[in-house]
Design a protein. Structure first.
Length: 396
């Protein structure tokens, strides 16, 4: 294993401090490293492998497409993308979709939609966007510009202009930033990388009201919290609101790079037109086939229901863990997206867990994030809790 790690560090740009593991394959909720050691996975490749590893029907759908055609370009129609578009619009209740290759690219598109929509209304080119502190929207320039962590942005200035940051769950802080140039408010329904901070129902409804009143677009980024992770296909569906623009990715392709931004008909009819936006790979037949298979399997396996039920169980169990360790300050989240906040860095706990065959990930330095495949069972949760407690005991 060490040879591979040395080679990786020699040739691959060091933009991640990686855990010292080389994974080889996966099956269900388990991962295996190149030495054959088994791990219970509570990360799912950062919320990607919702269906678990090595799902046969998913793999077959992808393989079948590989043998047909991988790519044609967006100058022609392809059936898998059409099927995927029907599935994702139906599941989200949005009207139109643009497929991308990643989450960041979906956010870029959403920001362009907001600016173009506002430009069509008043012809100005100095529109403002309100984003949230602690938010994470990706590493490309547009997405980074609306990401609420100063240290991610600082070395790369200047960012795109006219972005302001409000505080999550503080409507007054949003209202204080509104001007006649505000064209959009962008927010994760449940913040992921920033530390598992859920938006409250009151806040989301308040944002919807502000946008209805001012004509600004509400962009909800559900790249991490969407696709059933919270027990709802999209987390906002719990609150009876709908965004004007939605971004989704991660589990959308369950391992095949795939993202999307979606919008209402009103926004679609008054924003991007032919020539305004494009992508070479986005929405290609391979991604389309993967995405279509994902939605089919979500229905067949009742993924959202499982996330809701096992998520509630996970919540109960993590609440017990929190109550027995004074070093745990907070427990937050919904469904199968939860976090435990400690009073010190959690890297040590995560390393101990890895030694014991449990894959966990942090969100910020002091928070352990739980993002298991959405097929996990209560038994898997019980197994995880045993190892987690041992890891905490050994780390302190
Ligand atoms: C992961 C993530 C992104 C970026 O997605 P990439 O596919 O890594 O570009 C954007 N927004 C949220 C909420 C995310 O969790």
């Amino acid at each position: 294993m060490q040879n591979y790690i040395d080679e990786a560090e020699k040739y691959i740009l060091h933009t991640y401090n990686r855990y010292q593991i080389v994974f080889d394959h996966g099956d269900g909720v388990n991962l295996y490293d190149i030495n054959g050691k088994e791990y219970l996975d509570f990360v799912s490749g950062i919320g990607v492998f919702a269906l678990g590893y090595n799902n046969k029907e998913f793999n077959d759908a992808v393989k079948e497409q590989v043998d047909k055609i991988l790519h044609t370009s967006n100058y022609y129609y392809n059936v898998p993308a059409i099927e995927a578009a029907k599935a994702v619009t139906k599941a989200s209740g949005m009207d139109k979709v643009f497929f991308t290759n990643s989450g960041a690219e979906a956010v870029e598109g959403a920001l362009k939609v907001a600016r173009k929509y506002a430009y069509n209304k008043d012809g100005r080119t100095d529109h403002e966007i309100i984003a949230m502190q602690h938010s994470f929207h990706g590493r490309t320039f547009g997405a980074l510009s609306v990401t609420g962590t100063e240290k991610y942005r600082a070395p790369f200035g200047p960012m795109i202009g006219n972005i302001k940051f409000a505080n999550m769950n503080d409507l007054e802080s949003v209202k204080a930033l509104l001007t006649d140039k505000t064209c959009a408010i962008i927010c994760e329904t449940l913040q992921g990388e920033g530390g598992i901070y859920p938006a409250t129902e009151e806040f989301l409804k308040g944002l919807r009201e502000i946008c209805d009143k001012t004509g600004a677009l509400l962009i909800l980024d559900e790249i991490q919290c969407g696709m059933g992770r919270t027990g709802y296909m999209y987390c906002w569906q719990k609150y009876g609101i709908r965004p004007d623009v939605l971004t989704t990715a991660k589990a959308l392709g369950c391992g095949i790079p795939m993202g999307a931004f979606l919008m209402t008909k009103e926004v679609a009819d008054n924003s991007l037109v032919a020539g305004d936006h494009g992508t070479t790979y986005g929405g290609n037949p391979l991604g389309g086939a993967a995405c279509t298979a994902v939605f089919k399997l979500y229905e067949k396996l009742n993924i959202c229901e499982n996330a809701k039920e096992v998520g509630a169980y996970l919540f109960e169990k993590l609440e017990e863990v929190k109550n027995s360790y004074p070093q745990i300050k907070d427990h937050r989240g919904m469904g199968l997206m939860q976090g435990l906040e400690f009073d010190a860095p959690v890297a040590n706990i995560i390393n101990k867990a890895l030694d014991k065959g449990l894959v966990l990930i942090n969100a910020g330095t002091n928070i352990i994030r739980f993002l298991p495949p959405l097929i996990i069972t209560k038994d898997d949760v019980d197994k995880m809790i045993v190892i987690l407690k041992e890891a905490i005991d050994n780390a302190y």
